[in-house]
Design a protein around this ligand. Sequence first.
Ligand SMILES: NC(=O)c1ccc[n+]([C@@H]2O[C@H](COP(=O)([O-])OP(=O)(O)OC[C@H]3O[C@@H](n4cnc5c(N)ncnc54)[C@H](OP(=O)(O)O)[C@@H]3O)[C@@H](O)[C@H]2O)c1
Length: 218
Amino acid sequence: MSLEPVLVVGASRGIGAELVRRYLADGHHVHATVRDVSSSGELATVDGDLVLHQLDVRDSARAAELAAELSGAGLALVIHNAGINRGYSAAELMKVNAAAPIRLVELLLDAGAVRPGGVVAIMTSQLGARRGGTKGLGDYGESKAALNDHFRQRADDWGRAGVIAVVVHPGWVRTDMGGDSAPLSVEESVTGMHHLFAGLTAADHGRFWTWDGREHPW
Ligand SMILES: NC(=O)c1ccc[n+]([C@@H]2O[C@H](COP(=O)([O-])OP(=O)(O)OC[C@H]3O[C@@H](n4cnc5c(N)ncnc54)[C@H](OP(=O)(O)O)[C@@H]3O)[C@@H](O)[C@H]2O)c1
């Protein structure tokens, strides 16, 4: 019998794929989304109690369908990992990095997909931290700053809905996005976040965390 269900959104490669491997290794029932289920990237070779779902996070109709499919699933943990950086317009970055995670979390909560006390973690970046300043953060940083702003606007409601919701900086990680010179491996980043998620309590709700369990300034 598997442990409680977990959902990883954007899991074909990089940090998302390692999160799936880690929760499967723990014995969880894992739901993972990829853009193309017939070519699921790193998940094609993964064994375990895994259900793949198709989702391009820009597709709001499909996001609503997925939330309905997961209604009553009793998710103990939702990780919205999907994100983009270089090579996209500012508008596209806003759509994928800022708008999509908030919309999907709202849909999942409205559908009753997350169990009371469940954890919702959205992948942000330290590059989206304004730190009280007004300096431009670049298109990617601005998209993650907008995510953080939307998250803070919604956090009270999400807390009342009974979940523990956080945004997380995964560290600078060696992935397609992070590049070869990043200091952290996906395993190190995911080990830190795995520990962080397991220890979150209601007092940690609505906050910005780093992969290794430190609170990050907004
Ligand atoms: N790596 C770092 O150093 C770093 C630092 C700070 C924050 N982050 C954040 O951490 C998260 C994961 O980063 P990563 O380094 O693992 O990136 P990655 O290797 O580039 O992987 C990105 C993942 O997001 C998925 N994705 C992109 N656009 C999508 C869309 N429209 N719909 C659904 N899925 C989509 C990709 O799927 P496809 O394979 O289909 O493209 C892929 O699975 C991102 O949110 C990123 O901003 C990363």
